[in-house]
Design a protein around this ligand. Structure first.
Ligand SMILES: Cc1cc2nc3c(=O)[nH]c(=O)nc-3n(C[C@H](O)[C@H](O)[C@H](O)COP(=O)(O)OP(=O)(O)OC[C@H]3O[C@@H](n4cnc5c(N)ncnc54)[C@H](O)[C@@H]3O)c2cc1C
Length: 476
């Protein structure tokens, strides 16, 4: 096992090999830069150790990536691909030092193909740039993580990022038709194509999507585009408590007869926290819980009938108030509330764990009740919000101000996880396992499943140089 994780240290010789392969200006070993590229959005207080790369590389092309991987595989140097570093699982953290490969210079949108309704991009394109370009052509790129104004498409694909529109359009993986990848030995190859169907061999495109950089490096992606809905409305429904709000979620689809683009949930503490952070009143801040329901349509009259129906249904199912946002500024106000929750949490607290649990939708109230019970037992605070339409809750448990808070959070996590397993749920819906959650994988997946993950990893990367130390714990 040890030999799988024994790597060569980076010395002047390796730096000069990298420099001659991709250019002096694309390689750095500046200490301040190394530090800033050595973490993601998981608070560093979550880990007991510190992890730092030995060199940073900024490839400008697939060919550059291939040359770097040849040097890394010939010299047994670990390589951690890095997007924008907005990840919430420690995926871009260089657990064994080595090289961090940033894609900030591979940021071209290569082609928008209106005949095949596709867009081809490099991995360093900021996600919202793709949506903006598509919209200028009356098209929709449906991937929509809350971090879309910062995260890179390569990071979204590697995490199979979800976000606000999964209930209608699926997660990022569902938008991917093809990937150009560079394998651990430097081979450049394509999986998939501009095709809507493909059962020719195993579906490696969608194995790479969500593989968190441990199997291959994504250097280009062909993404699906859809017609851009002409009109949309956001409803903010205020409920007396989370149970009533969540019970309404399946009714929106069943009785409303439509699939909304988004159904997002915020509990009372989330609403209060954002109000304090923004220092401005937020809609429904006195409610026990709130849902944002986004509806889209091409025909304005149809949309109006839909939102009137969903508004009336909300009231029938216990909503005390329904706000309708149909202008840019009212919509922004609603979404600012939802999107500011993570920022507000990290602004007010240093020690917390943001969970990414998924349970069947009818068990979300049980999950919220369990979080409350476990946190109250330990006198801890918590905030709950998330993608209610997918049963994906970002329950954030705030650590106590004591030296043993790591141990306390661990006890709390284990209690919550065993309840989640009993509910038929899972550990992560969209943020991934990365470094942060790998120790809990054995609770959720059986031994055979974990062995298969390791076998697939070694089939793609026999030298274990691609993002080692992530997803599975090899000591177990
Ligand atoms: C405020 C906030 C809101 C968020 N909201 C959401 C949300 O709604 N939904 C959601 O799913 N996530 C969300 N996230 C988490 C995060 O933004 C996503 O996981 C995003 O996909 C990460 O993209 P990134 O470019 O920052 O990747 P990074 O964090 O840099 O990397 C993520 C992983 O991808 C790998 N990787 C990066 N580029 C490549 C590549 N080219 N090839 C192979 N592997 C690669 C890295 O090694 C790492 O394992 C949020 C985060 C924040 C801070």
């Amino acid at each position: 096992m040890d030999s799988l994780f024994t790597y060569r240290k980076i010395d002047e010789k390796i730096i000069s090999l990298l420099r001659s392969a991709i250019g002096d200006g694309n390689v750095s070993s500046d200490d301040e830069k190394l530090i800033s590229f050595s973490h993601d959005e998981v608070p560093s207080s979550s880990y007991k150790g510190h992890y730092k790369a030995e060199a940073l590389v900024f490839p400008e092309s697939s060919n550059h990536v291939s040359e770097i991987m040849k040097i890394a595989s010939e010299n047994r140097i670990p390589v951690t691909p890095r997007g924008a570093g907005t990840g919430l699982s420690g995926g871009a953290l260089p657990a064994f030092g080595g090289i961090v490969m940033s894609f900030e210079k591979m940021n071209r949108i290569i082609e928008l193909d209106e005949k095949n309704l596709t867009v081809t991009v490099e991995p360093g394109v900021v996600t919202s740039e793709i949506s903006k370009l598509a919209a200028r052509h009356d098209l929709l790129y449906a991937g929509d993580p809350c971090s879309g104004d910062a995260s890179f498409i390569g990071g979204n694909i590697a995490e199979n990022a979800g976000g606000n529109k999964v209930i209608k359009y699926g997660a990022t993986g569902a938008q991917v038709l093809a990937l150009e990848v560079v394998l651990a030995d430097g081979t450049v190859t394509w999986f998939g194509g501009k095709r809507r169907k493909d059962v020719t061999g195993l579906d490696f495109t969608h194995l790479i999507a969500g593989s968190e950089g441990i199997l291959a490096i994504i250097t280009k992606a062909v993404l699906k585009l859809l017609p851009l809905p002409r009109h949309s409305v956001d409803l903010l429904a205020a409920f007396p408590d989370p149970e009533t709000a969540i019970a309404f979620v399946p009714q929106i689809i069943k009785k409303g007869g439509i699939i909304p683009a988004s159904i997002e949930f915020m509990d009372k503490k989330a609403l209060e926290l954002v109000e304090k952070y923004l220092n401005n009143p937020v809609p429904a801040s006195d409610a026990g819980a709130a849902l944002i329901i986004q509806l889209e349509e091409n025909d304005h009259d149809v949309l109006e009938r839909q939102y009137e129906k969903i508004g009336a249904l909300s009231k029938e199912h216990g909503a005390s108030e329904v706000y309708v946002a149909d202008t840019r500024s009212t919509k922004d106000r609603i979404w600012q509330t939802r999107k500011a929750i993570p920022e507000a949490t990290s602004f007010f607290y240093d020690r917390y764990t943001k969970e990414d649990l998924v349970v069947p939708i009818d068990r979300v109230p049980d999950l919220l009740a369990k979080i409350k019970e476990v946190c109250l037992e330990r006198n801890l605070q918590w905030v709950a919000y998330g993608h209610a339409g997918d049963g994906n809750m970002h329950c954030t448990v705030i650590g106590p101000d004591t030296e043993d808070w790591h141990e306390i959070l661990l006890i709390v996590q284990k209690k919550i996880y065993s309840a989640v397993i009993e509910m038929g749920g899972t550990l992560s819906g969209e943020h991934g396992i990365g470094f942060k959650r790998k120790g809990f994988m054995k609770l959720f997946l059986d031994k055979k499943h974990l062995e298969l993950i390791k076998s697939v990893k070694l089939a793609f990367d026999p030298g274990n140089i691609l993002n080692p130390g992530k997803i599975v714990d090899w000591n177990e």
